[in-house]
Design a protein around this ligand. Sequence first.
Ligand SMILES: [Zn+2]
Length: 264
Amino acid sequence: MADSVKLYTLGVGDAFTTRHFNTHVLMDIDGREVFLDCPPYLPKMLATNNREGTRQVEHTQYREIFITHMHADHVNGLEELAYLQYYVTENPIKLYAPQWLLSDIWSSLRPSLEESARGDGGLANFDWFFDAQPIEPGMDLGGFTVDFTETRHHPRCLQYKFDFGGVKFGYAPDAGVDKQKWAWFDDCDLVMHDAWFGPTDALGADIRNLHSPIEDLLSMPQDFQEKTLMVHYADGAYDDDPDQPSEDIGHYRLARQFHTYDLK
Ligand SMILES: [Zn+2]
């Protein structure tokens, strides 16, 4: 299994952020780069990161991507990536997700990508751009295994657990309140999890169907809190320093954008 695993946060914000980029993580597994989701404004995000961040990232490094669900702040960068490689489709980007989600991705992209601009006629297929890789729980991807289950969220959304041999990383960037799903991460060494700041009736319904309010997360045991970094958080989660959150978050920490977390 892997000797070195680093997690780099390209974005930590929620869907409405104007301060950060949408939650997005790069896993560096012995130098193999695997991305979690693919948010929009990708060129701007990478340019900003390469100015202000601590690790240089170019769009050509996107060779392997895991997808959690179809909300725009998680997948709309896929169309951008597709166009960035429009004439270089002999080396499609590997997309990992269950088959149902891979089908949804192409259903969403097809109207904008299907008509070919290459001048050779015919219609483009999903595999011009992406190498769809259907995954099953427990699958070995060489250097690590992946497990997943659905979170409480709409539409259907996944949380992932990656086992790198000796260390495990849990990722749930969009997840409502569900203590069983949180406990699914009990054997993880590090977790990145959705956190909702502010009123719980903010969207005219119970936000717990979509996100995890701090007051609910604070009911979790201390060891869960200590290993969990909050992501997908609101712009108001801190004023100047992520280590000084605007409300009591117990033993949790806010993930810092453009920051490397060493897992192994
Ligand atoms: Zn979502």
